[in-house]
Write a protein that binds this ligand. Structure first.
Ligand code: GMP
Length: 330
């Protein structure tokens, strides 16, 4: 038995969550529903304009790993923070949830701080993200522990982490160590504009190394440069053993073993869409690594996603296993 079931690698961020109306987004040049990268100057300026905010640990893959840990999975996370107040909050929340988190903190006092993501939640629950990567951008191959990567059944790679000078080398090291020990590789495309920035690198990785691809509708359409969703799903399934593609209120599609399952979303009063895809991925991976079939894992993904969008913040608050039992999938 391997020490870990899933090890995730991504941008370690603390979310700064605030509500605003769509006029505020327009006035401040913020594109609704996507992730934009900003520098520290813009982060300080924007923070001065938003209303009262709440700081909650985030980071896409970290949210996924937090979900897996809450479910009782054996899991670890790799991502870089600074030895500052936000860094301490991030590390505490992940470890307190039961995940192993050992990435060395960067020293305080340099030009960078712990990364943060100013998330503006619109009245309809959609989230618009403004990310200042801070230290998370500077994850290097030295931060990847090959022994840890060899000790996991799956690695989970965050597409957002393709932004950054040494991130591709860090991913390559993690993939080689994981696969060399018989482990499998999952990747999330993260964001349609992230796909635009890194399409060729994503495509190479998908073809050569990825066993399980997570995406949402917009991301997979961008990846395969088509407006035809069915065609994009087929194209992905021709390259990857397992495709898990979410479609907001329409649920999710799982393609594997030549089959295609459609799993419905749960009817949910959406408060804050942040983390829906992250928790879908976490519950799906937890399901697969605990012997459940693809369709059941997909249903678990949708249940976990519906929990996280029912409140502010991208980490689960309710007991996910209890929700699975209540929905008859556990
Ligand atoms: O986006 C990932 C997952 O979150 C989807 O597969 C759904 O399970 C869930 N989800 C996302 N957006 C919505 C929404 O607007 N309504 C509902 N009911 N579920 C959603």
């Amino acid at each position: 038995m391997k020490q870990f079931q899933i090890v995730g690698i991504g941008n370690a961020l603390v979310d700064v969550l605030s509500h605003c109306d769509d006029a505020f987004l327009a006035e401040n040049g913020i594109a609704k529903g996507i992730m934009q990268l900003i520098d520290m100057g813009r982060a300080v300026d924007l923070y001065g304009r938003i209303g009262p905010a709440q700081e909650i640990s985030g980071g896409s893959a970290a949210n996924t790993i937090a979900g897996i840990a809450q479910l009782g999975g054996r899991t670890a996370y790799v991502g870089k923070v600074c030895d500052d107040q936000l860094g301490a909050i991030f590390a505490h929340d992940l470890r307190a949830q039961g995940a192993v988190y050992e990435t060395p903190m960067a020293p305080k006092g340099g030009a960078q701080e712990t990364g943060r993501c100013i998330i503006l939640v619109s009245p309809d629950g959609e989230r618009s993200m403004n990310t200042c990567l801070g230290w998370s951008e500077f994850l290097t191959p030295d931060d990847i522990d090959e022994a840890q990567m060899a000790s996991t059944e799956w690695i989970y790679l965050e597409g957002y982490r393709f932004d950054g000078p040494e991130s591709h080398a860090a991913f390559a090291k993690a993939i080689a160590a994981c696969r060399g020990a018989g482990g499998r590789v999952s990747l999330t495309l993260s964001d349609p504009f992230c796909v635009e920035r890194h399409r060729d690198a994503f495509r190479r990785m998908i073809r050569e190394d990825v066993d399980l691809l997570f995406a949402n509708r917009a991301e997979i359409l961008s990846m395969y440069r088509t407006e035809d969703f069915g065609a994009a799903l087929k194209a992905a399934a021709a390259e990857v053993a397992i495709v898990a593609c979410t479609e907001s209120e329409k649920g999710a599609h799982i393609l594997a073993d030549g089959q295609h399952w459609h799993v419905p979303a749960l009817p949910t009063q959406i408060v804050d869409a942040t983390g829906a895809g992250d928790l879908f991925a976490g519950a799906f991976l937890w399901g697969l690594t605990h012997g459940h079939g693809y369709e059941t894992a997909g249903r678990m993904g949708c249940i976990a996603a519906s929990e996280v969008i029912s409140h502010l913040g991208a980490r689960p608050e309710a007991d996910l296993r209890a929700l699975f039992r209540a929905q008859g999938v556990l």
